[in-house]
Design a protein around this ligand. Structure first.
Ligand code: SF4
Ligand code: SF4
Length: 276
């Protein structure tokens, strides 16, 4: 069972909700928010393996290259340019798909690994903990997310923390998910970004429900939209200074008795929906 937590925008409390649900149920936790993975702050894992994550970039042998242009034509990411004198490779755009070397009839392309980040593998309590970390200034996050997801065992119970937003990193994370929990906040910005996240999960045909974090008197901003679209509201977590204090201290919200009960109910309501 793979349950992904995502949010249209950053700062809605996606990681707070996902780590508390994971901890409460003893589920494995996979942090695919590779540009800013912070689930470890709360779950405090023991890391026992670090895997290098990267892509294979092409290197052109100019002695063999005939400038036939086949590789340039077939690269869907625009990572190759024919200057008329040589083929230039823009590594930052290269996704390491290998199409160029397959296209080359002249054996002019070899591949060299470029490191983009790393994947940490360990445990918290008795569950598995995996997090991807993208190198600073590295724009290509998808291969690191793929490396995190390779370690998911679909037969186990897994919580996957998605990057925020609705870009290709989110689409990659959503592949093969059984259920999506969209965490939002009751603000106009929250609503705007939630609508985009709803669009993506609907396009990908993933069953989903909404959690309103920092619930307040402004909840109607979100609930009016949910009602109009017939979208399932799974639950709410109230705005609270106590919660903010726990968060700033890197503590789990379920350490607080009131929040423990709320998260227990919330996780039962999520699992019920996944099991349907
Ligand atoms: S396909 Fe091979 S020979 Fe043709 S331009 Fe690319 S590297 Fe050169
Ligand atoms: S490996 Fe793929 S993305 Fe990279 S240059 Fe070759 S065809 Fe383009």
């Amino acid at each position: 069972m793979n349950i992904v937590f995502l949010s249209g925008k950053g700062g809605t409390g996606k990681t707070t909700v996902s780590t508390n649900i994971a901890y409460l149920n003893g589920f494995n936790y996979y942090d695919c928010d590779v540009e800013e993975p912070n689930g470890h702050i709360f779950l405090k894992p023991v890391i026992n393996e670090i895997i290098d994550s990267g892509v294979l970039n092409p290197v052109i042998n100019e002695d063999k290259c005939t400038l036939c242009n086949a590789c340039v034509r077939n690269c869907q990411f625009g990572a190759l340019v024919n200057t008329g004198k040589k083929i230039m490779v823009f590594n930052e755009l290269c996704h390491g798909c290998g199409t160029c070397s397959l296209s080359c009839k002249y054996d002019a392309i070899t591949e060299v690994k470029r490191t983009l980040g790393k994947v940490e593998v360990g445990t918290y309590e008795k569950a598995k903990f995996v997090r991807g970390i993208l190198n600073v200034k590295e724009p290509l996050a998808v291969p690191v997310i793929k490396d995190v997801k390779k370690l998911i065992n679909n037969e186990e119970n897994n919580i996957i923390d998605s990057p925020p937003g609705t870009s290709c990193t989110v689409v990659e994370t959503l592949e093969d998910m059984d259920f999506a929990v969209l965490v939002t906040e009751p603000t106009r910005f929250g609503l705007s970004d939630l609508k985009m996240a709803v669009y993506v999960v609907r396009e990908m045909k993933i069953p989903f429900g909404i959690v309103i974090n920092r619930s307040s008197k402004d909840d109607h901003i979100i609930t009016d939209y949910l009602e109009s679209e017939n979208i399932d509201l799974i639950g709410k977590i109230p705005y609270s200074m106590r919660a903010a204090r726990l968060y700033s201290e890197g503590k789990m919200m379920i350490e607080d008795e009131e929040f423990y009960e709320r998260f227990k109910k919330l996780s039962e309501d999520i699992i019920k929906r996944v099991d349907k």
